[in-house]
Design a protein around this ligand. Structure first.
Ligand SMILES: [Ca+2]
Ligand SMILES: [Ca+2]
Length: 98
């Protein structure tokens, strides 16, 4: 399979797996996907800095409380620059970078 086809298939498969049968990601499902599918420690530390409630609100364009595939693809994972990463998952210290 061509690389691009494989990349698209992988992301669709991953989305559907974590969407858990309804084709949409709830906040918990999104969180689980990010926690499980990102293994690079540096990237993970950046994700830790993300406030999920606020990230969900920005991703959820039609405000139904869940992320459908279109919303997922439109997400701009705008990660914080490395020097701003706190390596601290304490919610009080998180900032929003989505
Ligand atoms: Ca779901
Ligand atoms: Ca939505």
């Amino acid at each position: 399979m061509a690389r691009m086809e494989k990349a698209i298939k992988d992301i669709v498969d991953m989305f559907l797996e974590y969407a858990n049968g309804d084709g949409k990601l709830s906040k918990d499902e999104l969180k689980k996907m990010i926690e499980k599918e990102i293994q690079n420690p540096e990237l993970k530390a950046k994700i830790c800095a993300v406030d999920f409630d606020k990230a969900m609100k920005r991703m959820d364009k039609n405000r139904d409380g869940e992320i459908d595939f279109k919303e997922f693809l439109n997400t701009n994972f705008d990660l914080p620059p490395p020097d701003s990463v706190t390596h601290d998952c304490n919610p009080a210290k998180r900032k929003v970078y989505f």
